[in-house]
Design a binder for this molecule. Structure first.
Ligand SMILES: NC(=O)c1ccc[n+]([C@@H]2O[C@H](COP(=O)([O-])OP(=O)(O)OC[C@H]3O[C@@H](n4cnc5c(N)ncnc54)[C@H](O)[C@@H]3O)[C@@H](O)[C@H]2O)c1
Length: 418
């Protein structure tokens, strides 16, 4: 059993990682929390039976007490990871940090260096590395079943309603406040691609833009809030009323609890009247892309083409891996993988069991991996600092390429910030 302190009792911190602790008390126990939001802080303290002296409203107050546990989980927003991560490593905690580490390349590199300097583990929440789906694909690739890897085509289907929730109305709509979308959403994918290839990425080029969620595309009669003053609401697929209240296939408890902490229909309805999640998708202050493609060149001439797009019915990831002796195709939401052998024509199918946790079973497996990393003092590590810094730099280089229109070479890119 390990102990942990939590920095940031928000959606990820409280509802994913700390909830794992609540339901697996023999594996991990939360012994202190820092959270500025009073409602979240009180609820968290109650759920985890924390005494008053273990509850803080800022991470620096918690750290003033010295080292209180084996590990520290940093789950604040994208731009607020670096300082608490550095401080926790200094104090001797094994650290978990949400992705993205930071939108600044130099801060990602610095955090990695701190982990080395203080001889503590820094585990980044690249939860997909722990997913049953990608774990199986990695195993198949490494077994040599499809020969030598030549090329990968990978697609991240964001889902039209997920884009509207997180990247038009929500926390990651504006890169000046959070991160570019290729980092925020797709650092997972850059990380998976680096892991699957097992090679260094050498160069990236990228295109993409914010095509649809702009003022000039608002339909006739569109208002400012869907539930208040919109005449086009009934015919809009992005209507907040539809996404959070009407469309049973689309709304999820997770999303509702982000709109209003209790998650009840009544509280959600009230929050949508004038809150950020009730705004017209054509009248938000969003600037992140809604579609982006990235081409990547890895060592040994391995090529990858990656597409991230908002305009998909399913929220999923699909992949085709092409080797000299066969191919692998996979669909993460269906948890289905198919391997075809060129010589025999044989087809092998895998239907994976994933459990109910987020990201197709990844979140729970990630927590088990993190606990093992802490218990073994880093002897086991699947998403440690060094590999994660690398994949963050790939995402940041892709963004530079999208903005400048130039191919970015990773060695040169990294040398600018080291
Ligand atoms: N691993 C994944 O797949 C995944 C998925 C979604 C989000 N994320 C990332 O997780 C992070 C958190 O996202 P979220 O949705 O939980 O956000 P959130 O806003 O719900 O939670 C962040 C919390 O940090 C708290 N906080 C702010 N300042 C603080 C301080 N000084 N001390 C302590 N706490 C402080 C906020 O009050 C808030 O409750 C983000 O970086 C996000 O990009 C990762």
């Amino acid at each position: 059993m390990i102990t942990a302190v939590l920095i940031g009792a928000g959606q990820r911190g409280a509802q994913v990682y700390a909830d794992y602790a609540r339901f697996h008390p023999n594996e991990i126990k939360i012994v202190a929390v820092a959270e500025p939001d009073g409602e979240r802080r009180r609820l968290f303290a109650k759920e985890h039976n924390l005494p008053e002296e273990a509850v803080f409203s800022h991470w620096n107050e918690l750290f003033e007490k010295g080292k209180l546990a084996d590990s520290c989980m940093v789950c604040t927003q994208d731009r607020f990871h670096t300082e608490p991560v550095k401080k926790a490593l200094e104090l001797g905690y094994h650290v978990m940090c949400e992705k993205p580490m930071s939108p600044q390349p130099e801060e990602c590199i610095e955090m990695g260096e701190y982990a080395g300097k203080y001889h503590k583990t820094l585990t980044i929440c690249h939860v997909l590395r722990y997913s049953p789906f990608f774990t199986k694909i990695k195993e198949i690739l490494d077994s040599g079943a499809v020969g030598d890897l030549v090329s990968i085509q990978h697609m991240e289907c964001v889902g039209y309603w997920h884009q509207a929730h997180s990247f038009v109305r929500g926390n990651w709509r504006n890169s000046d406040e959070s991160s570019p979308m290729i980092l925020q959403k797709s650092c997972h994918d850059m990380d998976i691609l680096a892991w699957l290839t097992g090679k260094q990425c050498q160069a990236v080029s990228s295109f993409g833009s914010l095509k649809h969620f702009r003022e000039e595309n608002a339909p006739e009669g569109a208002g400012t809030y869907c539930m208040k003053d919109c005449k086009a609401e009934a015919s809009c697929p992005y209507s907040a009323n539809k996404i959070y209240l009407r469309d049973e296939e689309r709304y999820s408890d997770n999303f509702r609890k982000i709109v209003a902490l209790s998650g009840t229909k009544e509280a959600v309805r009230e929050a949508l009247m004038e809150g950020p999640y009730g705004k017209c998708v054509y009248r938000c202050d969003n600037n992140v892309v809604d579609h982006q493609v990235v081409n990547l060149l890895f060592e040994d001439g391995i090529t990858v083409s990656f597409t991230m797009c908002a305009f998909t019915y399913e929220e999923s990831r699909t992949i085709t891996i092409m080797g000299t002796g066969g191919q692998i195709t996979g669909d993460m939401v269906k948890n289905k993988i198919e391997v075809r052998d060129f010589l025999t024509g044989n087809k092998t199918e895998y239907l994976l069991k994933t459990g109910n946790s987020g990201h197709s079973g990844s979140d729970e497996k990630f927590m088990q991996g993190f606990i093992r990393t802490v218990e073994t003092d880093g002897a086991y590590s699947r998403s440690g600092a060094e590999v994660s810094v690398n994949s963050h730099l790939m995402a940041l280089a892709a963004e530079e390429s999208r903005v400048t229109g130039k191919t970015v070479y990773l060695e040169e890119y990294r040398s600018r910030f080291s």
